[in-house]
Design a protein around this ligand. Sequence first.
Ligand code: SF4
Length: 472
Amino acid sequence: MNQTETKEKEIIVTEKSPKKFFVETYGCQMNVSDSEIVIALLQKDGYESAPSAEEADVVLINTCAIRENAEDRVRARIRDFKTQKKHNPELIIGVLGCMAERLKTQLLEEESLVDLVVGPDAYRSLPGLITKIEEGEKAVNVVLSLEETYSNINPVRFSGNKITAFITIMRGCDNMCSFCVVPFTRGRERSRDPESIVEEAKLLFEQGYREITLLGQNVDSYKWFGGGPKKDFGKVLEENRDVKTVSFADLLEMVALVNPLLRVRFSTSNPQDMTDEVLHVIARHHNICKYVHLPMQSGSTRVLGIMNRGYDREKYIQRINAIRTIIPDCGLSTDVIAGFCSETDEEHKETISLMEMVKFDYAYMFPYSERPGTPAAKKYKDDVPEDVKLKRMQEILALQRHHSMVGNKSDIGKVFEVLVEGHSKRSKEHVFGRNTQNKAIIFASDKHKAGDYATVKVTSCTSGTLIGEMVN
Ligand code: SF4
């Protein structure tokens, strides 16, 4: 090929408009955070974000596998995109995340118009895989990594209020709770370099963000060894003994010191790993929110045992007491599963009695849904009849609604510092935000905008929201 031909080719390449992509996200905060990494990686490679799926050349569905109905929703969405593909045969449809990891090539076979399947540790390979598809092949990368933390990627915050953001501090989980698919879809636990986390927090603050949530499946087991992430699982790194390790308590403090106006939250804690040291760090720093999400899952020691949760009822109560002693004004939320394998009526009552004892501000509550491939699916029978599961679920829901209402009523007359997140959906004269306990508060204001702090006195409430007025 002569010089002129090369140049012509270069001109053609330059004039070609960039490919457009659209990412649709399902599931947890971790998936939202992963989508932000995917967007950053694709933009770095010259792709542009499309405002809608209809305008995209590549549609990526970031999926959740935690419950069967989450997967059903994704399958319905894939079928929508298949219809779109009939009008635009060039459209590339990709499935990312936990469902991609769980089903692997099965998705290509079942849903024949899916072109791309990429697991949570393989997003760096996305641009190369898209090129492969353009050359007429299907592409899959579901290899899980022991090291990938995407620590050098600055996520692109694609949605939200530009005030609150997530920062992923670790990936994977080593806990193997028997009902959970996460260790199989997100692989082994690994912690991210703390310096890169602090840098990301600083950058977000400079960009105007005022609240960050540090994310991990089990943040309390965050551990960074001076020489690098924990590589040889289960073995102490003898050679790193003299190098300072960074625990979650250390990391929390490092991030809190970025700026006193930057609120810090974290999710998710695990009762077996949550230390008093972490609680003391929370109590010490005004800008670390006084709120802990501590999943209980069940109030029965036997059920917790077969769930392989690593704690019993007593240990859970002991952790709640530690929170209440060290952080007296702490907001508390939890996760509860109704009708896990072999759960008896008595054991369900133990869940109810533990909820009565703690009186959570909020709870995420689900009837047990068996996930293929999990230890529970292999070892235990999903033998609680659906109508019993639903009845137990209704009891749990009703009790939680009652506790949320009682908790909110007890806030009437109290004064809170509120970080304003935007205008209330119902009225332009009202703004909404959250207090440190993570409760939503609405109040009338014509002078506050998103990102401002306000002092607000609670005057009334519903079970989900506090209503207040500004205090000068
Ligand atoms: S701690 Fe248990 S429930 Fe949470 S992600 Fe890990 S295995 Fe799943």
